[in-house]
Design a protein around this ligand. Structure first.
Ligand code: ZN
Length: 247
C-alpha cells in the first residue's frame, strides 16, 4: 500500500485523536461521581427500608396503645359504676359489699397495671418516633449529597462531551484527506489491536507494541520507499517513519 509521508503523518494525528476519544470514553465510564451516586443511592434505599420497618412498628404499637386506652376506659367505667353502687347505700348484704369492695380494689390494681403498660409503650413509641426522625434527617442529608454529586457528574460529562465533540470535529476534517484503503486498514488494525492501528517508529522501537525492531527489519524499513506503508513485523500495525525513527 502506498501513501506519501505527509499522509502517513496525518494518519498518526487521526490515531492521536482516536486514542484521546478512547480515553474520554473510559473517563466517562469511570467517573468517580458515578460510583459515589451508586453508593448514595444504595444508602438511601437501605434507609427507606429502615423507615418502612420503623413506620410499620409504629403503626402496630399505635394500635396496641389504642387497645390499652380502650381497656383503661372500660376498667374506669366499671370502677365508677361499682363505686356508684357502693355509695348509693342500697347494698345491705355485707357479703355483697365485700365483693364489691374487692372488685373495686381489683379494678384499681388492673388500672395501675394498664397505666404502667401504657407508659412503657409510650416510651417505645417515642423511641421509634425519634428513630424515624433520624432516618428522615439522614435521607434529607443523603438526598442533598446525591443532588450535589449529580450536578458534579453532569458538569464532568458535559466537559467530556465537549472535548469529545471537538476531537470528533478534527477527525471528521482529517479523514477525507486520507486514502480510503489506508483508512480501512487502519480501522481494521485499530479494532483488532487494542485501539492502536498506526504507531510511530521512534529510535527503532515500534510505539504500538513497544518492541525494538531487529537489525534486518530496521534495514528493510529504511530501504522501503518513503511512500511505502510499512508494518511492524511484531504487531502488524502500520509503522510511520518520522525524523526520530533512528533509521
Ligand atoms: Zn509493533
Amino acid at each position: 500500500m502506498k501513501a506519501d509521508p505527509a499522509t502517513q503523518l496525518r494518519l498518526l494525528s487521526v490515531q492521536a485523536i482516536d486514542s484521546s476519544l478512547d480515553r474520554l470514553a473510559a473517563r466517562r465510564r469511570n467517573l468517580p461521581e458515578l460510583a459515589e451516586i451508586d453508593k448514595l443511592s444504595a444508602q438511601l434505599a437501605a434507609l427507606n427500608d429502615d423507615l418502612v420497618r420503623v413506620s410499620t412498628e409504629l403503626r402496630d404499637r399505635g394500635r396496641s396503645q389504642q387497645k390499652l386506652d380502650d381497656e383503661v376506659d372500660l376498667v374506669r367505667a366499671r370502677a365508677a359504676r361499682d363505686q356508684k353502687r357502693l355509695d348509693s347505700g342500697q347494698i345491705t348484704s355485707s357479703r355483697e359489699l365485700e365483693n364489691l369492695q374487692a372488685e373495686i380494689a381489683s379494678l384499681a390494681r388492673r388500672q395501675n397495671t394498664l397505666e404502667d403498660e401504657t407508659l412503657a409503650l409510650m416510651e417505645v413509641i417515642e423511641g421509634l418516633q425519634t428513630r424515624a426522625g433520624a432516618i428522615r434527617a439522614d435521607q434529607e442529608r443523603l438526598e442533598a449529597e446525591l443532588a450535589v454529586a449529580g450536578g458534579r457528574r453532569d458538569t464532568a460529562l458535559a466537559e467530556i462531551d465537549d472535548e469529545a465533540g471537538a476531537r470528533r470535529g478534527e477527525r471528521e476534517a482529517t479523514i477525507p484527506t486520507l486514502p480510503a484503503d489506508l483508512v480501512a486498514l487502519y480501522e481494521r488494525l485499530r479494532s483488532s489491536s487494542a485501539g492502536v492501528g498506526a504507531a510511530r517508529l521512534v529510535r527503532r522501537r515500534c510505539e504500538g507494541c513497544h518492541l525494538e525492531l531487529s537489525g534486518a527489519d530496521v534495514r528493510d524499513v529504511a530501504a522501503a520507499a518513503p511512500d511505502e506503508v510499512v508494518r511492524c513485523e511484531e504487531c502488524r500495525r502500520i509503522l510511520v517513519r518520522t525524523a526520530e525513527s533512528g533509521l
